[in-house]
Design a protein around this ligand. Structure first.
Ligand SMILES: [Zn+2]
Length: 379
């Protein structure tokens, strides 16, 4: 089928380029009230955006998003941020950040196994929402993307190239990104159950900025793909979705900058993520240091990740073992900067000949100054 024939298959196209958007503005790194190392559901009050009267308006939602990254523009071919963005997107999709949206009828997200697309034609500069919509239509027409009614779950995420600016509509606001919807009536089939194509675009800025916008737009497109799903009816149009309520409130964890969203369940802005803690051990308490039969009393040190980054900790050996068992990382840094992991080992002292006792030690290596026993006593 020729391209002209393809295009004739569409009887009607109505494009809504600003179903929702990510209003530009300074981002605030959150200082969460509560922190648990494993599942962080952080609440902030009050929310950034005052009106939280979220209503399900009954429209469709995307129950499980299939994310297809599309790097648009020739600059991406040599842009080193591409792999960092792909990694951040995979982290977000695989975390409880996505699954906590189940309360809105959205069970999760995954990254499409066909991999990202690199389209080296350039957008106009500045570009409009309409330009991105037309770009999506061209990819549907040439069958780079499946027709909407073949894959309702598909969410193409268009990453704009470095140096390209967004032109809002007259009277519109500056935006870091937006999600849109294209209503598609199929000519050949006389289809009555027409499905809409949905998409996200993200303005080029820092990796953490683009990741935050990705989060903002993803939670909005799955809960309100067509502007009649989960919304705050009294809020300004386009700023009435679950990301907007917490607009530009972010938290960087594990190198990924997440954007908070509104959880009706918690009545708060939340950030549900898995957090692998990093604990640098800098001191220990142990009587009779050379005597292996006296257990380690305490380990002290500094958090090197998450909201407690830079703050101190002091744990018993048993507590530290429990954390390591759950996947947390403990380590010692030697005077020359090498990092030795702290591992859980088993030994069989008198009285524990059968089941043994678990204890902590740094991995054996050629260094002498990075093992637990070389550390000073904790105060
Ligand atoms: Zn928004």
């Amino acid at each position: 089928m020729t391209k002209a024939q393809q295009q004739r298959r569409r009887l009607n196209v109505r494009h809504q380029p600003l179903v929702g958007f990510h209003p530009a503005g300074p981002e605030t790194q959150a200082r969460p009230h509560a922190f648990s190392d494993f599942e962080l559901v952080t609440q902030t009050s009050p929310p950034v955006f005052g009106n939280t009267a979220l209503v399900d308006q009954g429209g469709p939602r995307i129950d499980f998003a299939d994310i297809r990254l599309i790097f648009w523009g020739s600059a991406w071919a040599s842009d080193p941020n591409r792999s960092a963005i792909m990694n951040a997107v995979a982290s977000v999709a695989g975390s409880p950040y996505a699954t906590k949206l189940a309360q809105y009828g959205c069970r999760g997200m995954s990254v499409d196994g066909r991999g990202p697309l690199l389209i080296t034609s350039n957008p106009p500069n500045p570009f409009t929402g309409q330009n991105v919509g037309d770009f999506i239509l061209s990819l549907l027409d040439n069958e780079t993307l499946p027709e909407p009614d073949e894959d309702f779950r598909l969410v193409p995420v268009v990453l704009m190239p470095s140096g390209f600016q967004y032109q809002p509509p007259a009277g519109g606001q500056a935006a870091f990104g937006a999600h849109g919807s294209i209503e598609w009536d199929d000519f050949e089939l006389g289809d009555v159950d027409n499905s809409n194509a949905h998409y996200v675009w993200i303005l080029n800025r820092s990796v953490s900025g683009m990741t935050s916008t990705f989060c903002h737009e993803m939670v909005e497109i799955v809960t309100d793909p067509e502007g009649n799903g989960w919304r705050v009816p009294t809020a300004p149009n386009g700023q009435d979705e679950i990301g907007d309520i917490c607009n530009n409130l972010t938290l960087t964890s594990g190198g990924v900058n997440y954007h908070y969203y509104w959880s009706a369940q918690d009545n708060a802005c939340v950030l549900p993520i898995n957090q692998t803690g990093q604990y640098q051990v800098t001191c220990i308490n142990k009587p009779f240091r050379k005597d292996a039969f006296h257990p380690l009393g305490f380990l002290g040190g500094v958090h090197r990740s998450g909201p407690l980054n830079g703050q101190g900790f002091k744990l018993t050996q048993k507590e530290a073992i429990a954390l390591i068992d759950k996947g947390e990382n403990f380590f010692v840094i030697g005077s020359e900067g090498h990092r030795a992991p702290v591992n859980v080992l088993l030994h069989f002292p008198p009285g524990h000949e059968v089941f043994g006792t678990r204890y902590l030690a740094t991995g054996a290596d050629q260094w002498k100054d990075d093992n637990l026993l070389s550390l000073p006593e904790c105060p």
